[in-house]
Write a protein that binds this ligand. Structure first.
Ligand SMILES: Cc1cc2nc3c(=O)[nH]c(=O)nc-3n(C[C@H](O)[C@H](O)[C@H](O)COP(=O)(O)OP(=O)(O)OC[C@H]3O[C@@H](n4cnc5c(N)ncnc54)[C@H](O)[C@@H]3O)c2cc1C
Length: 505
């Protein structure tokens, strides 16, 4: 009988690779992770990005919703997420007056008053409450299916048993329900942004529905929470449990070739190592796996966001007069009305950088100061995480450095429109990551934050049973974001790839 180096090779030590490794090692498999970079975590890392400042920012991903509590419990992770009492604040100017819409996580009198000021008829607040109550029911029913083999479209529709919601969430472009239920452009935009994060689509394309669903179904509530200690805290815990389960982890081991035959899979690394095992899981994007295997890569949209990380000496005041510790504690929407998002999408499709970028941001340190040294916290320092929409990789192809500066200017100009004091006066450190930077640093093809386009969490009727992680080779599985039900910080494809492999081997 052939002797293998281990039972399972995992290419990539992102959070999903670590989740898969732990489940497999606990089931008795000998697992070896080969990570290209000198650190684990991929898009879930925390770093001290600013020289001379002890502030550990979540460099790429920054909020958690999709990670099922059951994975945290199964693996015994000592990892906590903090609820934000403020869901969002959206500044806007109307009739020359600076105002804002404040939405608390739980509907309360402050939220009611804020909606009433924006729309004294009460229609928008009623529309908001009924729409999100329907979605909450949908989310509650779909969430438990994510860690099971994929249901077919018909099976899932039947299990969810909310045909009207299914119709507008899955079958018709999400822009239709948003524009029919809501009348106010600002309110429509707040609802729409969940359909656009990391997805270069119009409100009237089904790809936006898929993105919307992923942003609202996490843990059955869709609540986005703050990772205590930053995203790197999750990686540290995953590394701890993986090592305790006996997983071997090798850093600086870039896999350059993957070959398989009827008995096993062999990988070659850039250091010249050759490793062979009966099974392989790929935590890297399916496009990259295809390159290494010499097969046809799947089609996908480019990444379409810039991420800006800022260390601030203090918080700027707002023109609307709201307390900045309230405004910045939840998601702060800037120039993200429905019309602005659609217009900027059209502009970017034509290859142009907008003057006023639609941006959303939040201040981690208002919810969790533990990422700052006690000295910085005492001096009033804060971090801002900015996520700019509709900046596809194509805008950066000609000259990444020049376009990065243009995108930064557009984002800060956009933000400054609503500040009483320009943000520039508060910046102690800043870094900007374009889709091309993200591709170069952590290998997300064209900067796509989900590795490839998100897919609905079901399989079509009549297709073969699957976990959504299989490839054309029965010995190779996808355990990363590019699997069906991958994408985001979730551990779901890591769990599902481990289950699919254990069901086979
Ligand atoms: C800017 C940004 C913001 C985001 N914000 C959020 C957010 O707030 N919340 C959220 O839920 N999601 C967010 N996401 C998405 C989320 O972070 C990713 O979808 C998720 O982390 C992917 O995890 P993964 O483990 O599947 O893959 P990755 O994190 O991409 O890990 C893959 C690993 O494989 C390694 N690798 C690649 N090629 C090779 C090779 N040839 N050999 C060996 N190793 C290799 C990489 O170095 C990497 O460590 C964001 C992503 C980005 C980029």
């Amino acid at each position: 009988m052939e002797s293998f180096d281990c039972d399972v090779i995992i290419i990539g030590g992102g959070h999903n690779g670590l989740v898969a490794a732990s489940y497999l090692a606990r089931a008795g498999k000998r697992v070896r992770i080969l990570e290209a970079n000198s650190e684990l975590g991929g898009a879930t890392s925390s770093v001290c990005a600013f020289d001379g400042f002890d502030a550990r920012i979540s460099r790429y991903s920054y909020l958690v919703s999709l990670l099922p509590d059951s994975i945290i419990k199964d693996l015994g992770l000592n990892f906590e997420c903090i609820s934000r009492s403020i869901s969002s604040y959206t500044p806007f100017e109307r009739d020359g007056i600076d105002q804002g819409l404040l939405v608390s996580r739980e509907w309360d009198s402050k939220t009611q008053d804020s909606f009433d000021a924006l729309d004294p008829s009460g229609n928008e607040s009623l529309a908001w409450q009924s729409f999100y109550a329907e979605i909450a029911e949908f989310a509650e029913r779909i969430a438990p299916t994510l860690l099971q083999p994929l249901m077919t479209r018909s099976q899932l529709r039947e299990v969810i048993a909310l045909p009207e919601v299914w119709d507008y969430m899955i079958e018709k472009p999400i822009g239709e329900i948003i524009t029919s239920r809501f009348k106010d452009d600002v309110v429509r935009g707040i609802v729409l942004t969940d359909a656009l994060i990391g997805t270069f689509a119009s409100a009237f394309e089904i790809q936006a529905n898929i993105c919307f669903l992923y942003h609202l179904m996490g843990n059955g509530t869709g609540e986005w929470k703050v990772p205590k200690g930053g995203m790197g805290a999750l990686v540290s815990e995953l590394e701890r449990v993986a090592r305790e389960a006996g997983v071997e982890i090798e850093l600086n081991q870039r896999v350059t070739r993957v070959e398989s035959d009827a008995d096993g899979v062999s990988v070659t690394t850039s250091n010249g190592a050759q490793i062979r095992a009966p099974y392989l899981l790929s935590n890297m994007a399916p496009q990259l796996l295809a390159q290494l295997r010499g097969t046809m890569p799947p089609q996908s949209l480019d990444g379409s966001q810039i991420k800006i990380n800022i260390l601030l000496k203090g918080l700027p005041r707002l023109k609307s007069g709201i307390d900045p510790t309230v405004a910045f504690a939840g998601t702060f929407h800037v120039n993200e009305s429905f019309t602005q998002c659609e217009d900027v999408f059209d502009l970017a499709k034509r290859g142009q950088m907008p003057q006023l970028l639609p941006v959303e941001m939040y201040c981690h340190t208002l919810n969790d100061a533990s990422i700052l040294s006690p000295q910085l916290a005492e001096q009033g320092y804060h971090t801002l995480t900015l996520f700019g929409l509709h900046t596809p990789a194509t805008l950066f192809d000609t000259d990444n450095d020049v376009a990065r500066q243009a995108a930064l200017k557009s984002a800060l100009t956009s933000l400054n429109q609503y500040l009483a004091e320009p943000i520039e006066g508060f910046i102690a450190g800043i870094e900007v990551k374009t889709p091309l930077d993200i591709e170069k640093e952590i290998g997300l093809p064209r900067g796509n934050i989900f590795h490839r386009d998100l897919q609905f969490p079901f399989r079509e009727d009549g297709t073969v049973p699957s976990w959504g992680v299989e490839t054309d080779d029965p010995r190779i599985f996808i355990c990363g974001a590019g699997a069906i039900r991958g994408g985001g910080v979730s551990g779901v494809p890591g769990h599902n790839a481990a289950m699919a492999l254990l069901a086979t081997a």
